[in-house]
Design a protein around this ligand. Sequence first.
Ligand code: CMP
Length: 163
Amino acid sequence: MGATRGTAGADERPSLQMLMRRSWDRPTDRDWNEVLGALPLFAGLSRRQLRGIAKLAKIVDYAPAEVIVQAGERGDSFYLMLDGRARVLGRSRLLRPGDFFGEMALIDGGPRSATITATSPVRVMKLPRRAFLKALKADPQIGLAIMETLAERVRRLERAVSA
Ligand code: CMP
């Protein structure tokens, strides 16, 4: 599921990948600012707002074939792909750096709608529900970007059903 927005495009992705090559054992405020600032979804947030998100975010690594999100489970986090590739099982969707997932269970409180597995070494930023809602309130554009993605997904599914 894509998360491009504003001036974001394929040309921004290599810089995010370059940023991710550093060690994330002890991220500094500067590390967080650079990475969050490079994410298209957060392009409209101020440095202060990004700092607030960074305080609640975690960097998590997954090995190839590892399950990141399991269908049917309760969800309390939102994920942003920072490095690697992941697959939405049964939906033939490949997720790349800059893409997000896990928003549905946070929006409607329902169970995870699909399983997502790493297809390479993956690094994600995991945001707890509280930080996700905080970011949504801080920048209405984030909600709009998420709605665009949901609308695109409905159209895609409708096309698949009527094909
Ligand atoms: P959530 O239901 O919280 O957890 C599984 C995630 O998979 C879901 O949020 C979306 O982010 C993603 N997802 C579910 N269905 C699709 C789809 N058809 N296309 C792309 N991504 C999807």
